[in-house]
Design a protein around this ligand. Structure first.
Ligand code: BT5
Length: 330
């Protein structure tokens, strides 16, 4: 009911909506309407109440809970179900648990803070309270486990596009899973899956976006990290960015499922790549190779030319790619 009342207030963009009208439309008493209005006010919604005129929404706080996202969402499958937490260990871990219990495709897990946010290959992800978007999406694509890395490329293309559209500020993509601004990392993507030999049970795509951290908020060892606000100098609504991410991701994901190709995503990854054309250090489990990044293939692998001129394709998940003189490869 609270959600319906919020919707009625939001629908009434200018002016007031009367308590009588809401009570008739929603089939509850005016006292019940008032009770929910008070609850919304306690949650940070600024609502003006004037007798004989009704209620007017003055300020919509930047909430990320299911109700708030649901009302503004423009994607149809992604975010249909949202699990929102004040604090979790890791949204990916939570999403994997929910997926194992049967959560449907497109389910989103989002948290204000992660106590043990995860990066790839056992690394950790700094996820300060309220300062970013820490979210995971559950997917159930009928593809081979070998093709799962393609999902990371789709996510990188989608999140990069969403951030650029939302902020109007240039982004770069560092293959395979980083989004940068001014060549600093503002976002990382972690794709995990549960699969049998030939079949994927589910994939969880974790997306971490630094939104409002100030320079100096990051621990010393994260010298390549930045936030959208520290780069652009502008305030960003996390909710509108989440909505944009879900929309772009859903579009590119279903395009892949329908066409069998990630061409559209790869086009975006190539266009914004900081990796291509540069010398990179590819760090494998046992060894490091210095090579030139030549292309991103139609399947999302990085094509490199090693020092003896040999071409090799590398798959995300196996390796880290670094610049020779710093974090980015230029
Ligand atoms: C990643 O790994 O970049 C994937 C990060 C995914 C985070 C999301 S948040 C929601 C979901 N739930 C999770 O538990 N995780 C996902 P990788 O490429 O391995 O980069 C990790 C490295 O980035 C660390 O070793 C640090 O050097 C650096 N790092 C850690 N926290 C950072 C931050 N907030 N911003 C920028 N860099 C960071």
């Amino acid at each position: 009911m609270k959600r319906e009342i919020l919707k009625a207030l939001k629908d009434q963009k200018e002016g007031f909506v009367s308590g009588q009208e809401m009570s008739e439309r929603l089939g509850v008493t005016r006292a019940a309407v008032w009770k929910h209005i008070k609850q919304l006010q306690e949650e940070g919604y600024e609502i003006e109440a004037i007798s004989r005129k009704g209620y007017r929404l003055l300020k919509d706080p930047d909430h990320l809970d299911g109700d708030a996202l649901e009302l503004d969402r423009s994607s149809s499958v992604f975010g249909k179900k949202v699990y929102y937490f004040e604090s979790v260990d890791s949204t990916n871990t939570m999403a994997k648990k929910l997926a194992a219990e049967g959560a449907v495709e497109g389910t989103v897990v989002i948290a204000e803070e992660q106590k043990a946010g995860k990066g790839r290959l056992g690394r950790s992800w700094e996820s300060a309270k309220g300062a970013g978007i820490w979210l995971s999406i559950i997917l159930r694509p009928a593809i081979k486990p070998l093709d799962a890395a393609k999902i990371t490329q789709i996510a990188a293309a989608a999140v990069g596009t969403a951030i650029q559209k939302n902020t109007g500020y240039a982004i770069q993509i560092k293959w395979p899973n980083d989004i940068l601004m001014d060549k600093k990392k503002i976002c990382g993507i972690l794709t995990e899956m549960s699969a049998e030999l030939e079949r994927i049970n589910f994939i969880v795509v974790g997306i971490g976006v630094n939104v409002s951290q100030k320079e100096g908020d990051f621990p010393n060892e994260l010298k390549h990290a930045a936030s959208i606000e520290s780069c652009t100098g502008k305030t960003v609504s996390r909710r509108s960015l989440v909505i944009e991410i879900l929309k772009e991701f859903e579009e590119l994901y279903f395009d892949f499922l329908h066409t069998g190709s990630i061409e559209k995503s790869i086009h975006i990854c190539r266009k914004y790549s900081v990796t291509l054309g540069s010398k990179v250090k590819v760090i494998d489990k046992e060894k490091e190779i210095i090579a030139e990044a030549v292309d991103i293939t139609e399947d999302g692998e990085l094509l490199i030319r090693d020092e003896s001129g040999g071409l090799k394709k590398i798959i995300s998940g196996e390796v880290s790619v670094r610049g020779l003189y710093g974090y980015t490869p230029s």
